[in-house]
Design a protein around this ligand. Structure first.
Ligand code: ATP
Ligand code: MG
Length: 557
């Protein structure tokens, strides 16, 4: 039978609709997008959205994707960030091939563009102070006042601008301004400053320049020089678009790029601001910019998130013009979905209690065949050692069980996962009343955890054989901020920290196969969640695991 051809039901987002139209109208032959970070910090999950959006569009339309460092502001930028940003984008899978650019390489062209505006009578050198410029600017309800320097002659402007470049003027004493409209309802159009004097060393151009272009002037030029067609940015730049359009029009670029704004990605109760993260790092509250409790891309990677899970998350969030905030649980849902079929399910005991099988031969170790992932047979199986002394989770034994408790308690029989049925015969306590050892007997006929005679056990618990176990450290995380109180303290604006955001368990026992885990290797630990070997602290023989996410959640799509 012939299948009905699937209708084109996949709806396109508003940016794709704009691109479709531009291509149909022949505005551009091929599209080109870019990701333009300022190298002044680490990238976070919000940037991932922008990266994957821009790269994804270039892929989808067989266009180009440019990686450009927007490094026109020498004060805050650092080479260290250039490298971390490149690594993060590569990891996410966005490939800029040989299209790596630095806005600072265009300083000469930007200078010439400014000269061109002066020659067209569209820019002037202004001697007002920053304070005065603000006063003259007017307000949302009142028009601005023209600068007394607005009508300088073209020759004088050219001369002054050149002398600005030559270092004849002090910082802040002169600026170059676009000559647009002091009465414009859009304040960004009231003769905006496009160049300032700043005697500063730039990480790329050194001391060559002492004038630097402002963002609103530089960005459209960068886009135009590179042949970017769709310059995608976030909503706060919507009011700057008329200025963007003015710059590309006055500079007469043959195929002017267009700016399109979309809503930023916000996560509820999550800290993304550079300022706050910097303080957490400096105060030693977190272990660097990649502390697994943060949502920088480096932190998510260290925690054990995958590029696929982040892509899935970003896709689920969609692209919109309206600001909204997404729950962190959705990101957790995505990593769970990504890992559940891909990763082996291993046994690890986080809070160990010794279990002795008194009728099991003293020195015997047997190797049980265990499927690596019951839902995915392709992952094969492994041999897990079993012996007389085991570790089980402390919470899997109770001296006096509450109703409905199905795990171990005196006289109760349970299944040791993949191994045997065992029946609790007793336990020992120390002088403080803490249970130190649980005793049981096993039924040799129940090998593999199968009932020998049709008798049922209600509980199944996991275990690690004592003799061959590897010791491991496991780190459990909660939100770094207190969700009840909200992210920010209402009084002083500081963060409301959650004191339980990190729990370190140093005496966990894991099956021997986990002892050699390599950095970033991840696994499902039965009942306890997905874990990833920490890239800084885990060593062969002394593994350290970060919990990526627990196994269950009330989150529903
Ligand atoms: P932040 O202030 O959050 O650190 P930023 O805007 O200063 O970010 P840039 O380096 O200027 O960081 O941003 C690079 C690109 O990433 C820009 O195109 C910007 O629009 C985009 N971007 C930044 N934050 C988000 C976000 N939360 N969601 C989507 N895109 C974002
Ligand atoms: Mg910025």
């Amino acid at each position: 039978m012939e299948k009905e051809t699937a209708k084109e039901t996949v709806s396109k987002n508003f940016i794709e609709q704009i691109i479709d139209k531009d291509l149909e109208e022949g505005k551009y032959e091929e599209i080109c997008t870019r990701f333009p970070p300022e190298p002044n910090g680490y990238l976070h999950i919000g940037h991932a959205k922008s990266i994957l959006l821009n790269y994804g569009l270039a892929q989808k339309y067989h266009g180009k994707f440019n990686m450009r460092f927007d490094d026109t502001n020498p004060t805050k930028e650092k080479v260290e960030f250039v490298e971390s940003i490149k690594a993060d984008i590569k990891w996410l899978g966005a490939d800029w091939e040989d299209r790596l650019y630095f806005a600072s390489d265009y300083f000469e062209q930007m200078y010439e563009a400014a000269v061109k505006l002066i020659k067209k009578g569209k820019a002037f050198v202004c001697d007002l102070s920053a304070e005065e410029i603000r006063e003259y600017r007017g307000t949302l309800t009142e028009p601005g006042k023209e600068s007394p320097y607005r009508n300088r002659s073209m020759e004088e402007n050219l001369d002054l601008f050149e002398r600005m470049k030559n270092g004849e003027f002090e910082d802040g004493s002169k600026v170059l301004r676009a000559k647009i409209d002091m009465a414009s309802p859009n304040i960004n159009m009231r003769d905006p400053v496009i160049y300032r004097v700043a005697h500063m060393t730039h990480h790329n151009t050194g001391d060559k320049w002492c004038i630097y272009p402002m963002y609103d002037f530089a960005h459209p030029i960068e886009d135009a020089i590179e042949g970017v067609t769709h310059s995608i940015c976030t909503l706060e730049f919507e009011d700057h678009r008329p200025l963007y359009d003015w710059v590309v029009k006055e500079l007469e670029y043959p195929h002017p790029p267009k700016q399109i704004e979309f809503a930023k990605l916000y996560l509820t109760n999550v800290v993304t601001g550079k300022r706050y993260i910097k303080k957490l790092v400096e105060d030693g509250i977190v272990d660097g910019w990649d502390d697994p409790r943060l949502v920088s891309i480096a932190a998510l990677r260290r925690r054990g998130f995958t590029p696929e899970s982040i892509k899935m998350f970003v896709d689920l969030c969609g692209v919109s013009k309206a600001n909204s905030s997404v729950d962190y649980a959705m990101l957790e849902y995505c990593i769970r979905e990504d890992l559940k079929m891909k990763k082996p399910r291993m046994m690890a005991v986080l809070d160990p209690l010794k279990l002795v099988i008194d009728n099991y031969p003293e020195d015997q170790i047997e190797y049980l065949e265990v499927a690596n992932n019951m839902e995915n047979p392709e992952l094969g199986s492994r041999k897990v050692p079993f012996g007389r002394e085991l570790y089980i989770e402390r919470e899997d034994f109770m001296e006096v069980p509450p109703k409905k408790y199905k795990r171990l308690y005196p006289d109760n029989e349970v299944r040791l996962m993949n191994a045997y049925f065992v029946k609790c015969t007793g336990f020992e306590k120390d002088e403080n009343g803490n249970i130190t050892v649980v005793h049981c007997t096993y039924d040799p006929e129940s090998k593999g955890g199968n009932s020998p005679d049709g008798r049922k056990v209600k509980g199944t618990i996991h275990w690690v054989a004592g003799k061959t176990a590897a010791k491991a450290e496991c780190r459990l995380y909660e939100n770094i901020v207190d969700e009840e109180k909200g992210v920010y303290n209402k009084e002083d604006g500081s963060l409301n920290l959650n004191p339980n955001s990190l729990v370190v368990l140093k005496d966990c026992y894991v099956e021997p196969a986990l002892a050699e885990a390599q950095a970033y290797d991840s696994f499902q630990f039965v009942r306890n969640g997905f874990f990833c070997a920490d890239c800084h602290d885990s060593k062969p023989g002394e593994p350290v695991f970060n919990r990526i996410v627990s196994l269950k959640s009330s989150f529903k799509l």
